[in-house]
Design a protein around this ligand. Structure first.
Ligand code: MEV
Length: 441
């Protein structure tokens, strides 16, 4: 393998990038054709996708799926979902259909304020700086007017700026902690631009104000960046039904037993970190699938959600359950920042379609749908875990992946599927069964 360091890879044409791959790894010379077969035939679409990132050599496909019957605040929607994990979409569709017959999901947004921080060092008295801060704040706001005017016209803007002295983190270390309303945008560019401007204005203040002594004119900006932790941008969703309607075709006692086991599973996720992580991973199976389909930054949504799960000093499950007066109430509360304008949402053709499928939601509506997707996914997982177990559903879907991996001919698949319908599926058991079947043909 050629291990030489490549200079200027980003300037290579696509063909040159592919040639570099062939040279380094010894791939077949027709690699370009093969990679090309994954690209959209339409040139405009091909270009849109390629322009989303750097150095592309092809397009990476994931299924774009639909889960119908999501009733959210009485609105009946299809959820567009992108996931590589078998059974995520099936679990969401099942939960949606189940709760559609029981009044659907109820959701509300509890706040939409985003956050950003300017991190800086200044060699002076923190109390004195705090006393200057009202004046500094006016300057910061006035000098970022040119950035905030449009956002303010849309009802957003800077909500607050606070000064924090944090010498226990670093000597002479301060933060400007800003709050921002970004309307239908996730707001990353807006927030970062405001913060960088704050940095310039702050440095200018120290340089020019007569209230700052000559030895303290230096202000070192460490960095200016939004915080992906947005605890004031929060959404809640819940479902509710009589306990005796929880399991179709079962007695009241069976339903109650199911509800109690479900509740135990939730309590465990709230108290035990090892379980909480897996529990929340299942929640993000749903949230991420909808976030990816709508072109949202699922890493930001996950990072925020996990931090929110640890807001009380211990990482916990994000859902809760209450069994009271014969009612089963299952809910989620989660912090997140999402957008429906700007970013990939309005660029990727399938994200644009996803937004239309969701009836072009506002950012707040999308937050509700994401919370609902998380709750539905968690409901499906816990329901399976405390009853038949997770493997039954998982393995049925996993089997079709294994059949693909083993290149099993279409006409033989049904026979294999029916053989494994009541057996444990693993790659080796399916492979062995197929080998025996093949040799008997
Ligand atoms: C698998 O992707 C997700 C689950 O592990 C979630 C859970 O355990 O709650 C099934």
């Amino acid at each position: 393998m050629d291990n030489s360091i490549i200079q200027g890879f980003s300037k290579y044409t696509k063909q040159q990038r592919i040639d570099a791959l062939i040279r380094k790894y010894g791939f077949e010379p027709d690699l370009a054709d093969w990679l090309g077969s994954f690209e959209a035939p339409d040139e405009t679409i091909r270009k849109i996708i390629a322009d989303l990132s750097e150095n592309p050599v092809s397009s990476f496909h994931l299924p774009f799926s639909i889960a119908p019957n999501f009733v959210v605040n009485e609105k009946n929607l299809f959820f567009p979902l992108v996931s590589e994990e078998s059974s995520v979409v099936a679990a969401l569709a099942n939960a949606a259909g189940f709760w559609a017959k029981r009044g659907g999901f109820h959701a509300e947004v509890l706040g939409t304020e985003k956050k950003g921080q300017l991190h800086f060092k200044w060699n002076g008295n923190p109390e004195y700086l705090q006393s200057l801060f009202p004046e500094i704040k006016l300057k910061l706001r006035a000098e970022s007017d040119f950035l905030t005017a449009k956002m303010e016209a849309r009802g957003g803007g800077i909500t607050h700026i606070e000064l924090k002295s944090l010498p226990t983190i670093l000597p002479n270390y301060f933060q400007l902690d800003g709050g921002f309303e970004t309307c239908d945008a996730m707001g990353a560019n807006f927030i970062n631009s405001c913060l960088e401007q704050f940095g310039k204005s702050l440095q200018d203040y120290f340089l020019t104000s007569e209230k700052v002594s000559t030895g303290q004119r230096e202000c070192e900006i460490i960095m200016a960046i939004l915080s992906n932790y947005t605890p004031e941008s929060r959404v809640r969703a819940c479902v509710e039904c009589p306990v005796n309607k929880l399991v179709e075709g079962k007695t009241d006692a069976d339903c109650l037993q199911f509800a109690e086991k479900f509740e135990q599973a939730i309590r465990i996720s709230q108290a035990d970190v090892s379980r909480a992580v897996t529990h929340n991973k299942g929640i993000f199976n749903g949230i991420d699938a909808l976030a990816v389909a709508t072109g949202n930054d699922f890493r930001a949504i996950e990072a925020c959600g996990h931090a929110f799960a640890a807001r009380n000093g211990r990482y916990s499950g994000l859902t809760d359950v209450l069994i009271q007066d014969g009612l089963f109430r299952f809910s989620i509360e989660i912090a997140m920042a999402v957008g429906v304008v700007g970013g990939v949402t309005a660029v990727h053709p399938l994200s644009k379609l996803a937004m239309r499928i969701l009836d072009n939601p506002s950012a707040s509506e999308l937050m509700m749908y994401l919370a609902v997707a998380g709750l539905a996914s968690n409901f499906g997982a816990i329901k399976a875990l405390v009853s038949v177990g997770i493997q039954q559903g998982h393995m049925k879907m996993h089997l079709s992946n294994i059949l693909n991996q083993l290149n099993i001919p279409e006409e033989k698949r049904e026979e294999i599927q029916s053989y494994f319908h009541d057996k444990t599926v693993s790659f080796s058991t399916v492979e062995e069964y197929w080998k025996n079947l093949e040799s008997s043909i």
